[in-house]
Write a protein that binds this ligand. Sequence first.
Ligand SMILES: Nc1ncnc2c1ncn2[C@@H]1O[C@H](COP(=O)(O)OP(=O)(O)OP(=O)(O)O)[C@@H](O)[C@H]1O
Ligand SMILES: [Mg+2]
Length: 318
Amino acid sequence: MQKVFDITHKVAETDATVLITGETGTGKDLIARALHYTGPRKEARFVAQNCAALPETLLESELFGHRRGAFTGAHADKKGLFELANGGTIFLDEIGETDPSMQVRLLRVLQDGEVRPLGSSETVQCSVRVVAATHREIRREVDEGRFREDLYYRMRVVEIRIPPLRERREDVPALAHHFLDKVSPRMGRKLTGFTNAAMDRLIAYEWPGNVRELENEIERISALAGHDDEAIGIEMLSEHIRGPGPGSAIGLSPPSAVPERDMNRAVDELKRDMIIESMRFSGSKTRAAERLGIPRQSLQKMIKRLEITQAELAPVEK
Ligand SMILES: Nc1ncnc2c1ncn2[C@@H]1O[C@H](COP(=O)(O)OP(=O)(O)OP(=O)(O)O)[C@@H](O)[C@H]1O
Ligand SMILES: [Mg+2]
């Protein structure tokens, strides 16, 4: 994340065209806005257009504008986003979804710095910084003939590739705390952190929806948390994130996540999580004890000593 921010800040000072790539939810929107609002164009407008959202003619008219009568329904002149963003930044989201004729038009705008509204014979000069984004492997789109190579090279003067969250798991704790700090007070909660076991699971999870999915998970937990809960425990995580049985909990915990002086606490935490998971899985103390390989009485004692509540032992509703 730090690498991405470093490039972003460097490039924000310039007018270079930037192509942001990354899977869904990795933060492409966020970076596009940062490029505008931390750069010299911040006083002018930032306009964004999702290129996948409109059929071609409408998209052309949105971006380049049209003259009255250019097509059925064009009752008046309309300025395009390139003109409106004059002096500022235009963000072309999902650029990978545009069709070939739109790509030709965009190439012309980028090369000449001028647009021609639909139905007009005159061009309009505009000084616009272009930032584009796509969730596709754009290089492959070019190789397979779906995206024009010349536009690709013109677009990616600078390419900012945002890695998926699973390739930068070290970002998970900072992001999780950031979202918790944001959402917990807003929802009137006292949540201020995570148990080690819960954080280990968050770090180990694959996050196919990337940062957006993490943000949603923290919001969900906050919403469902009790008024007095202070830490997010493993039992509060969504089931698919909490992962399979207790056996894998040990394998998943990165050794560095547990400071040595906290060993007793960490072991208790682990016992706690294993007991809760086993109880939820098997539904009775006898079977849970069997699964855990300990006598039933020991299980009972531990539940008492670790102050595990009945509610925590009950199966969670999905
Ligand atoms: N580094 C970060 N710090 C804080 N919040 C982040 C970070 N990266 C992403 N987010 C948040 O995650 C959510 C998703 O980010 P964003 O909308 O920018 O993703 P995207 O790559 O544009 O996704 P899509 O391809 O689906 O449009 C947003 O709420 C954003 O604020
Ligand atoms: Mg986006």
